[in-house]
Design a protein around this ligand. Structure first.
Ligand SMILES: [Zn+2]
Length: 308
C-alpha cells in the first residue's frame, strides 16, 4: 500500500515549464532531461510495485535530514521483518565497472551510484537506531530500463536489474507476516521528518518578459495551441482540453513560476496568449480566485484550494 505517492517535484515542474518557454542554457537543459528521465524511471518502478499484495507500506521520495546531511530515498518498503530501501536509476546503454569506478562504454566516468546508496543506508540505519527501531535494512540499486547493461558487475553487489524486478517482488509476495502498529508509527514518523522541497533546487534565472507566452499543452507540453469554441486543441499532438481548465492550469503554472506576482486579468491574458477575451479570462479567474484590493492594487488570490 502506497502511504506516500510520487509527485513531480516543484523543481521539475518549473524546469518543464521553462523548457517550453525559453531556451535553457545547455547545462540546465541536460539537468532537466536527467530529472525528467529519472522521474519516468521512478514511475515505472511504482507500476511494478502495484503488483505487491503482501502486507507492506510504501513511501516514495523521502527527503530526510540526518546528522546535518540530507538523504533522498526514492522508495522505501516497510514489511513486517525488513525495510527495503531502493535507489532507482533509469540509465540506458552500456556501462562497465573497473576497480569500483563506473564508466560508460565511451569511458566517461560517472558517479558510483553504489556509494550514494551506501551513504543513504548507513545514515538511515542510524536514524532507525535513534528511534529504537530494530528491523533489518536491505538496500538495492534498481535499474528499471531494459536497455541498460552493466559489464563486469560483481556478483555480490546489491543491484536489481530490470529483468529481476518481477522475481524479487514475487518473493516479497510470498511473505505472509503482518505489519504491526509499530510499523505504521515508523511510517508516520518518517513522513513527519520529510522535508518538502529539495534544498538543492537548481533552476536557472528567468523573468516574465523573456518567457514565451501561451498555454502549455497538458499532454506534450507544447505551446502551439488553437481554440475551437470551448476547446483548446494542441497543434502538435491533437490533445483536447476544456479552455477554462486549461486557463486555470496556466494560472497555476504562472503562480508557481512567479509566487510573488499579483494575479491580474491583464497579466493572465498576456500569459495565456490565446484568442480569448479579457472578460472570459476574468470569468474563469473568478471561479477559483477572489479579487482583493481596489483599483491599481487589485489582484486575485486563490479562494478555493484546487486539487493537484
Ligand atoms: Zn500536445
Amino acid at each position: 500500500m502506497f502511504v506516500k505517492t510520487r509527485k513531480e517535484t516543484i523543481e521539475l515542474k518549473i524546469l518543464r515549464s521553462l523548457n517550453a518557454r525559453m531556451q535553457l542554457p545547455k547545462k540546465d537543459e541536460n539537468y532537466y532531461s536527467y530529472m525528467e528521465k529519472g522521474f519516468a524511471g521512478e514511475q515505472r518502478f511504482d507500476n511494478w510495485l502495484e503488483t505487491l499484495t503482501n502486507d507492506c507500506l510504501i513511501l516514495n521520495d523521502l527527503l530526510i535530514e540526518i546528522n546535518n546531511t540530507v538523504i533522498q530515498i526514492d522508495t522505501l518498503i516497510i514489511t513486517a521483518d525488513t525495510l527495503y530501501l531502493f535507489e532507482v536509476k533509469n540509465y540506458e546503454g552500456d556501462y562497465f565497472i573497473e576497480s569500483e569506478r563506473w564508466f560508460t562504454l565511451a569511458k566517461t566516468e560517472i558517479k558510483n551510484p553504489l556509494l550514494q546508496l551506501k551513504r543513504s543506508e548507513s545514515l538511515f540505519q542510524r536514524l532507525l537506531q535513534d528511534l529504537g527501531f530494530t528491523s533489518s535494512v536491505e538496500s538495492s540499486l534498481v535499474f528499471v530500463n531494459r536497455d541498460f547493461y552493466l559489464y563486469q558487475a560483481p556478483l555480490n553487489v546489491p543491484i536489481l536489474f530490470s529483468h529481476q524486478i518481477e522475481r524479487f517482488l514475487g518473493r516479497l509476495n510470498m511473505r505472509s507476516s503482518k505489519l504491526k502498529e509499530k510499523h505504521s508509527r515508523l511510517a508516520d514518523h518518517l513522513l513527519s521528518l520529510h522535508l518538502e522541497e529539495s534544498p538543492y533546487s537548481r533552476v536557472p534565472e528567468y523573468s516574465f518578459g523573456e518567457l514565451e507566452k501561451g498555454i502549455m499543452c497538458g499532454e506534450c507540453l507544447s505551446l502551439v495551441t488553437v481554440i475551437d469554441d470551448k476547446d483548446l486543441i494542441c497543434s502538435s499532438c491533437d490533445f483536447v482540453e476544456d479552455v477554462d481548465s486549461a486557463v486555470l492550469s496556466s494560472v497555476e503554472e504562472f503562480t508557481m513560476l512567479f509566487p510573488d506576482e499579483k494575479i491580474t486579468t491583464n497579466l493572465i491574458h498576456e500569459w495565456c496568449n490565446v484568442p480569448v477575451s479579457k472578460k472570459a479570462i476574468r470569468r474563469v479567474l473568478q471561479t477559483k480566485y477572489k479579487l482583493v484590493g481596489h483599483g491599481k492594487s487589485a489582484g486575485y488570490v486563490r479562494a478555493i484550494t484546487v486539487d493537484e
